[in-house]
Write a protein that binds this ligand. Structure first.
Ligand code: MN
Ligand code: MN
Length: 283
């Protein structure tokens, strides 16, 4: 018995542990699996780059999420991230919204006060509640490069209910690859219609989100993988419908945005799952 135990411990220590330590679930700071950034595992739909000349499609890779920033609109074009159960901890949000000082110095750095009194929320793209592992991780979601002017009833009701549903999927042994963003210009907030707020920050007409649901640790997308995608007006009356009533195909979001989503997935599989409109459970 003793001998078997020690053989077991040798196996655990030298055979399994190195794999475990290289595993993505342990690496909150880098969030990679064999060198792949899981926050962008589905691809870079707009071919964003870190070249500052590309100022309206500027790639920002953070440990917590990846985004394409638009320096003309002063909002992200899209934000992409990965969530598994290890991301969901006990840390409580402290609402410390702040400018993102990693933007090029000559660009305008949006301040939390630019949203004050506008009738629009500072709407998180990567939600605070998806990053509750520790304080540093959570605080990164409060950077203004992760915000858009979002109609309060979109942010606090429709969008929030979908965010909450997503976390129930994580709790039931899935991991999620999520990308969300904006299209068009002009929304309706608490004080009526607006095409922009202070400093010319663009109010999007619509918010969209794509969620790829993969059983934990599988890292495989097949033609039967569940994909939930929604397109929601950025207006106060959007909450007359539930989030699930806004489900559309990825193809229809590609048409509006001109982006190629899921570009790292084989084309034959993209064809199938991007044409489908999810009709799975919604709570
Ligand atoms: Mn929100
Ligand atoms: Mn595609």
């Amino acid at each position: 018995m003793k001998r078997r135990l020690s053989i077991l411990s040798i196996v655990v220590t030298f055979v399994l542990l190195p794999f475990w330590n290289n595993g993505y679930s342990q690496t909150h700071s880098s969030r990679t699996s064999s060198g792949v950034n899981l926050n962008m595992w589905l691809g870079n739909p707009s071919n964003a780059t870190t070249d500052t000349i590309n100022q309206d499609n500027y790639l920002m890779v953070k440990p917590q999420y990846t985004l394409s920033y638009n320096n003309t609109k002063h909002i992200p074009n899209w934000v992409s991230w990965h969530v598994d159960s290890t991301d969901l901890g006990d840390f409580k949000r402290n609402d410390r919204f702040q400018s993102d000082n990693t933007l090029p110095v000559s660009w305008y750095h949006v301040k939390p006060s630019d949203y004050a009194g506008t009738g629009f929320d500072k709407g998180h793209q990567c939600p605070s509640a998806d990053r509750t592992y520790d304080s540093a991780t959570n605080e990164a979601t409060f950077l203004m490069t992760n915000m858009i002017p979002q109609a309060p009833k979109n942010n606090e009701i429709v969008w929030k209910n979908l965010e909450d549903y997503c976390r129930t999927l994580v709790q039931s042994h899935n991991e999620l690859y999520i990308i969300c963003g904006v299209s068009g210009q002009g929304g309706i907030g608490k004080k009526g219609a607006a095409s922009s707020i202070k400093k010319g920050i663009v109010v999007p007409a619509q918010t969209w989100k794509i969620i790829v649901v993969v059983p934990s640790k599988l890292h495989v997308v097949t033609d039967s993988t569940r994909v939930i995608s929604v397109l929601i007006p950025n207006t106060q009356d959007c909450s007359k419908q539930r989030w699930d009533q806004y489900r559309v195909s990825i193809d229809s979001i590609e048409k509006i945005t001109k982006y190629d989503f899921l570009s790292s997935v084989p084309v034959a599989i993209q064809k199938v799952i991007e044409a489908r409109v999810d009709n799975g459970p919604v709570n």
